[in-house]
Design a protein around this ligand. Structure first.
Ligand code: ZN
Length: 84
């Protein structure tokens, strides 16, 4: 069974996201570290803010919506990415 992106139907070689959504996800993870220092909020609140921001790129919003819905397991990963 061919693997597809968690967000769109693009084929992907690995589990998770296609190339564009993977890039968007990395941007989310990287940006969260700086955002958290300023606001000390949970990744979930951070993602909600992304979805609400009109200027956020479409790919990032797709990924943020996915994580807030079916992709909740990734919240831990985002939180853990900067907690070292
Ligand atoms: Zn995708």
């Amino acid at each position: 069974m061919p693997k597809t992106c968690s967000v769109c139907d693009e084929k992907t070689t690995s589990d998770g996201f296609c190339r564009r959504h993977e890039g968007a996800y990395r941007r989310i993870v990287e940006a969260y570290a700086g955002w958290r220092e300023a606001k000390e909020n949970s990744p979930e609140e951070y993602l909600r803010e992304i979805v609400e921001l009109a200027e956020t790129g479409e790919w990032v919003v797709d990924v943020a919506r996915y994580i807030l819905g079916e992709g909740k397991a990734l919240l831990r990963e985002i939180e853990g990415a900067q907690g070292v």
